[in-house]
Design a protein around this ligand. Structure first.
Ligand code: NAD
Length: 478
């Protein structure tokens, strides 16, 4: 895609002032094309279109909206190969992952909410002999949807699908590093019969640019953001003047607790994925690994041996397990974390450097660091790369305390075959999602989101509709 344009009121348009920025393939360092750089002007045009379109889209029936969502899903499935390739060119992730996870799940997000909206109910309270109260679910208005670069289409559609299903209209601000699949989504929505203005896409940057213009706009009712915790703070501040509804999915520093009685083969296999899938650029990655002392040495040895077999390389090669990081700048940031971990006494037992066989691109070997403690930066800050730490622990109380000793609270994983311990530890961990003997197993009906500084609100199933719609109580005196 040589020219990525905005999609406003059903038309692809450049920026009014002609401004663009380059789109770079991080795996090759080559320029893919240019992207229209939006500003407050384009945001205002898009919000105006979305507000007008809300007058009709907000009054359609759930069945009509469901039908459009299903058509969108179908068209995405038909264009899976193309979407997967664009996603990989933008992010550097393995094409095998884009094809098996990102795009199929993005399409499924539409199918899921298309079904879910038809079965939604509300509440009814009878005051016997006095009155009957019932609630009606109504769309809110115009939503600003701001998405990150790590799972671009998957996370964007996780917002767009419930937003449209609820009867709201939207202005999307995709991550500046990954603009392509959001643009194809706009094309697909038009082809699927979504009326002009219901979905708009404005490309550009975050602070003092398109992103902040969206969060400040007085005609935007809701902001749903997935991004860094610091971005959540900035958006909350910007949205406060107009009292927008906010839903935030933010960063994580997720603990992975492995007890001595765990099924070690399964724990190692799954921990490889939870450490290095998508180059470790998944908010749910378990970057802090805690292993009970009796199996610590065995775990470290076997895990490092398996991790050393992962193939780092060309994202288009089907054999590749670990692709390129999102950008050179991010690679340098991740390398900075590794350097400082070593300065703090950490020992790199695998990786820690750029692979010698790759002369270009933002590649980094899967990296394992030991001999760190909970005071080190590497165990406290979100690195968002293929880097994990492993620490031993002795007691349940100790590991719960270290696992919770963080300002984040997104997800956690527990490995044990002791049923009671699984329940007790899962209940004690401060996280929005706890997986026991698995990772990234998702039922889209369940609440998804972070506690502490990892987010505000929950997405998924009815929780998404609680954000994207409003309940109106009607009280009838009998
Ligand atoms: P980011 O916060 O830098 O950017 C996210 C989006 O916000 C981008 O579209 C960006 O342009 C926009 N933005 C940035 N500053 C803004 C501002 N001041 N006003 C308005 N918009 C602004 O995040 P990223 O680097 O793209 O993504 C990685 C982060 O996202 C990590 O912290 C990761 O943990 C988090 N994440 C969280 C989840 C989750 O479900 N909790 C999922 C994926 C990623």
């Amino acid at each position: 895609m040589e020219q990525v344009l905005h999609f406003i009121d059903g038309k692809f348009v450049p920026s009014a002032d002609g401004r663009t920025f380059d789109n770079i393939n991080p795996a090759t360092g080559e320029k893919i094309g240019t992207v229209a750089e939006g500003s407050a002007f384009e945001i205002n045009q898009a919000v105006t279109a979305a507000r007008r379109a809300f007058q009709t889209w907000g009054k359609t029936s759930a069945a009509e909206r469901s039908a459009v969502l299903n058509r969108i899903a179908q068209l995405m499935e038909e264009r899976l190969e193309e979407l997967a390739l664009l996603e990989t060119m933008d992010t550097g992730k393995p094409l095998s992952l884009s094809k098996s996870l990102d795009i199929p799940r993005a399409a499924y997000n539409f199918r899921f909410f298309a079904d879910f909206v038809k079965g939604l109910s509300t509440e009814c309270f009878e005051m016997e002999g006095v009155a009957l109260n019932y609630a009606l679910r109504r769309p809110v208005g115009v939503a600003g949807l701001i998405s990150p670069w790590n799972l671009p289409l998957l996370l964007l559609t996780w917002k767009v699908a419930p937003c449209l299903a609820a009867g709201d209209t939207c202005v999307i601000k995709p991550a500046e590093l990954t603009p392509m699949t959001a643009t194809v989504l706009a094309e697909i929505c038009k082809e699927a019969g979504l009326p002009d203005g219901v979905l708009n896409v404005v490309h550009g940057f975050g602070p003092d640019a398109a992103g902040s213009a969206l969060t400040e706009h007085q005609n935007v009712d809701l902001i749903s953001l997935t991004g860094e915790t610091s971005t959540g703070r900035a958006v909350m501040k910007a949205a406060s003047a107009t009292l927008k509804g906010l839903s935030f999915e933010l960063g994580g520093k997720n603990p992975n607790l492995i007890f001595a009685d765990a099924d070690l083969d399964d724990a190692i296999e799954t921990t490889l994925r939870s450490s290095f899938a998508n180059q470790g650029e998944v908010c749910l990655c378990g970057s802090r690994i805690y292993v009970e002392r009796p199996i610590y040495d065995t775990f470290v040895e076997r895990f490092a041996a398996k991790a050393s077999e992962l193939v780092v390389g060309d994202p288009l090669d089907p054999k590749t397990n670990v692709g390129s990081l999102i950008s050179q700048e991010h690679l340098e940031r991740v390398e900075g974390f590794i350097e400082r971990a070593v300065q703090e006494g950490g020992r790199v037992i695998l990786g820690g450097k750029r692979p010698e066989h790759l002369s270009r691109g933002a590649f980094l070997e899967p990296t394992i660091i030991v001999d760190v403690d909970s005071s080190c930066e590497i165990t406290r800050q979100e690195v968002f790369g293929p880097v994990v730490t492993i620490q031993p622990f002795d007691t349940v109380e100790e590991v719960i305390e270290i696992a919770n000793d963080t300002s984040y609270g997104l997800s956690a994983t527990v490995w044990t075959t002791d049923l009671k311990r699984a329940h007790r530890v899962a209940g004690a961990l401060e996280a929005g999602i706890v997986w026991v003997n698995t990772w990234f197993l998702r039922d889209l009906r369940t609440p998804f989101g972070g506690s502490k500084q990892s987010g505000i609100g929950r997405e998924g199933g009815v929780h998404s509709f609680e954000f994207f719609s409003e309940l109106k109580n009607i009280c009838i005196k009998l």
